[in-house]
Each structure stands twice: as C-alpha cells, then as structure tokens.
Design a protein around this ligand. Structure first.
Ligand code: AMP
Ligand code: MG
Length: 416
C-alpha cells in the first residue's frame, strides 16, 4: 500500500539517531554540527564597556547641558580599549573613553564625542541626550553557565564566533556520515565513455553526479560505488562494498520492469523492506529498508525523480545523522504564476523558480515537467508543491514551495 509523503518521511526518519562525536579544531568546524551544549565559563562582555567614543560621565552632571549653557567637566584620564581605568568618575569629572573600553566606576553614561568639544583636560558638553546611555553592561551577551551554542546547531559563522568567544579552540561535533552511492542500469556509462553516448548506445549516469554531490552538500563523506549493470550477482558484489557505511543510496531498478532488481538484491542480502512506493510525482517508486544496521534508500532512476526524492527523504536523513536539529529545507508560501492542473491524485513536486515581485514570492515553472528532464532541476530554485486534494490551482493562488539551497529568492537586487 503506497504511503503519503509525510508518512514516508516519518517512517524513514524513525529510529535514525545522530552519529557519535569527535573533537576537531574550531577552525575546521564550519558546517559541522555541535554535539554538546557549549556552556559559557565567562561573562561576556567581561566588563561594563562603552559603546561610543566619548566621555564617561555621571548622568546627573550633564542633565542640564544645552548648546547655550553647556556643562564643563574636568577630564581625569583617557581609557583606551584594552586598558583599565585608574580612577573613579566623581562629581564634576569625566574620563575620555574609547569604544569597548571599560567604563570607570561612578560613571553611568558615555557622551558621544560629537556632543562635546573633544577637550583633553576639560571637556565642554553641549547635549544631554546620552545621559544614562551607551554603557554596555558586563555579561550582557553571556553569563556564566549560559548555553552559548546549543547542541544540534549547525556551525556557521555566528556560532563559530560565539564558540571562539568562550574559548573553545576545539569543538565536539557529530561524525560526518559515510554515504555509499550506487547507480544501476545496463544503459549507463560514466563520462569517460562519452563516445558510446555519441554513438547513441548509452547515456551518462548523471545520478552518480547529482546524488554524490547532493550527499556531500548535505554534509556526508561519499563512497562512490559507480555503476552496476542490471545483473543481480554484480549488484550484490557492489553493495557488499558499502559495508561500514551509515547510509546506502541506490538509484534505478525500483520500478516494475523485468530488469528492476534493486529490491530483490537488497532482500537477498538480508535487508528489510520498510517502505515501497510513495504517493508522489515525480518519485513514486521508492524503497526504504535496513541492511543490518545500515539504512538503505532505493531512489528511482529517472534523474529528476532521484533528485526530488533525495531532497525529500535522503537529505533529512543525512542531516539527522549529522546531528542537526533542523533537518528540513525551508518551506515558503508562494503564489503561482500559472494555472496548474494535476491529473493523478498524488502529491506533485514541480520544478519552479521562486522570485520576488512587488514584495511577494511568486513561483514560475521552469518549463516541461517530465521526470527525465534534468535541466528543469538545474534551473529550479524550488519545488512547488501541489497536493492531491487540489487538482486545479488557479493563477495567483497560494501553494507551498520547498526552497532548494541558497540560490532561492536571491534576485538581482537586494530585497530589503
Ligand atoms: P529505472 O528506475 O531503472 O527504471 O530507470 C528509469 C529511467 O531513469 C530510465 O530512463 C533510465 O535510463 C534512467 N536512469 C536510471 N538510472 C540513471 C542514472 N544513474 N543516470 C541517469 N539516468 C538514469
Ligand atoms: Mg533501470
């Protein structure tokens, strides 16, 4: 009995746990996922500090300042970032202070230099607007014991910066999943045999490239097992080489053709079959099971189907193995430029370009939607989702779109 996309996703992900952890240098951790909460051992910032270049003063001393009747204070010292003040600010005094420098005791305000005459020994203050302002308190960003970065966070620039701030030169991250990728089909060759393609005898195994790249982009180390013929014995020998991997991805041979052996081969090796066929287009033929401990995803051979099912099922599985707490692609509500009608009661994933128009995201199809048209995927930045209960969607109506990667919505201009 075919399952819905949602059920299939839940079943594939159930029981999948993040892989174990390893310690690596912070500098090498971009894109990895933190395996433990990073607890701050310090207060950050470590001292009350100035957010302006100016004069540290007591608010009460400057409250009456105007351009006509300015306040004059005597300057005690200059405090630079990286220096400690040597004296408290008392009635009638100020200390010249630079951004980031510790605010002296007694001061509760920093008057921006633009509101003063900048005097080195005596300073004249013309405006009280900064009274009580421009002091960033100690511990404003982090207190001792705060979770600075939570486990399960993918480490991007901001997270790396925070970890550096709390002194984590090494970080515990989840191990990178090892993913084996194998393509099957007698008609397939690699690019080094392009002559056979020119002669009209073979096609290139583009899935070997799309799926390996998609797995790498998802954070996996990929074991490329190449192309196997539609021959059960050869297929078995190749799959045996995936032993020790964290995930096996096959493409092709999951339809009902006379030479579609993938399921039989996996089962003959002892794999369970936990899922077979999903109510979606493209991508209806899809298998999932386990070979020993190793999950196996049997993606369809059609190049678009293989990529769409990878996006929906393989990528979240890999992100889960990576330990990421946010495993799914962003989904956005968009308006369709076209009227859309779907014939089969299946969830459709149409290749589309989502772009801003008058501040609203609109989806335009890339063109014909055949599951063999890989260029549609190469042009798309989103998968437009037409659910089975909406056989007719009129132009201007809203649909969900799964955004693919960083190209999505990045128009020719800054949309802010
Ligand atoms: P299959 O799932 O094996 O029935 O294949 C379905 C369609 O996808 C056929 O037209 C195959 O030629 C094509 N196909 C299968 N595997 C690949 C691959 N690795 N790269 C490109 N096309 C493929
Ligand atoms: Mg085939």
């Amino acid at each position: 009995m075919p399952t819905t996309v949602r059920e299939a996703s839940a079943r594939i992900l159930s029981g999948v746990q993040p892989l174990g952890s390893e310690r690596i240098a912070l500098r090498a951790a971009l894109g990895r996922v933190l395996a433990e909460d990073a607890i701050s051992p310090i207060e950050h910032p470590p001292w009350d500090n100035s957010s302006m270049d100016g004069y540290a003063v007591r608010a009460a001393d400057v409250a009456s300042a105007t351009r006509d009747e300015p306040v004059v204070l005597s300057v005690l010292e200059t405090v630079r970032a990286g220096q400690q003040p040597t004296q408290p600010v008392e009635i009638g005094t100020a200390s010249r202070i630079m951004t980031g420098a510790p605010v002296p005791r007694g001061a509760d305000s920093v008057i921006r230099v633009e509101d003063t005459d900048g005097g080195p020994e005596r300073v004249t203050i013309f405006d009280p607007r900064d009274a009580g302002r421009n002091v960033r308190p100690r511990g404003e960003d982090l207190r001792i014991g705060d979770v600075a970065v939570a486990r399960g966070s993918a480490l991007g620039p901001a997270q790396l910066g925070v970890l550096a701030s709390i002194g984590w030169a090494e970080v515990p991250v989840h191990r990178r999943p090892r993913v084996a990728v194998v393509a099957s089909g007698d008609e397939l060759v690699d690019v080094d045999q392009f002559d056979a393609v020119r002669r009209g005898e073979r096609i290139i195994s583009s899935n070997s490239y799309t799926l390996a790249a998609a797995a790498r982009a998802a954070g996996a180390d990929v074991l490329e097992l190449g192309i196997v013929a539609d021959d059960p014995a050869e297929y078995q020998r190749t799959i045996a080489r995936a032993a020790g991997c964290d995930l096996l991805i096959t493409s092709g041979g999951v339809s009902v053709g006379a030479f579609d052996f993938t399921k039989d081969v996996l089962q003959s090796l002892g794999a369970t079959l936990d899922l077979w066929r999903v109510r979606m287009r493209p991508g209806a033929p899809l298998g999932f099971g386990r070979l020993g401990e190793m999950p196996w995803l049997g993606l369809p051979g059609n190049p678009v189907s293989a990529m769409v099912t990878f996006e929906l099922f393989a990528r979240p599985l890999i992100r889960r193995l990576c330990g990421d707490s946010a495993i799914f692609r962003p989904v956005l509500t968009v308006q369709t430029v076209h009227e859309l009608s779907i014939a089969a009661p299946l969830m459709h994933f149409l290749r589309a370009v989502v772009d801003w128009e008058n501040g609203v995201p609109w989806a335009r199809l890339t063109g014909p939607q055949g599951s063999g048209l890989l260029t549609s995927m190469a042009r798309a930045n989103a998968l437009l989702v037409v659910p089975p209960e909406r056989p007719l969607v009129r132009a201007g109506e809203s649909l969900k779109a799964v955004l693919l990667g960083e190209g999505a919505l990045s128009a020719g201009q800054l949309e802010v």
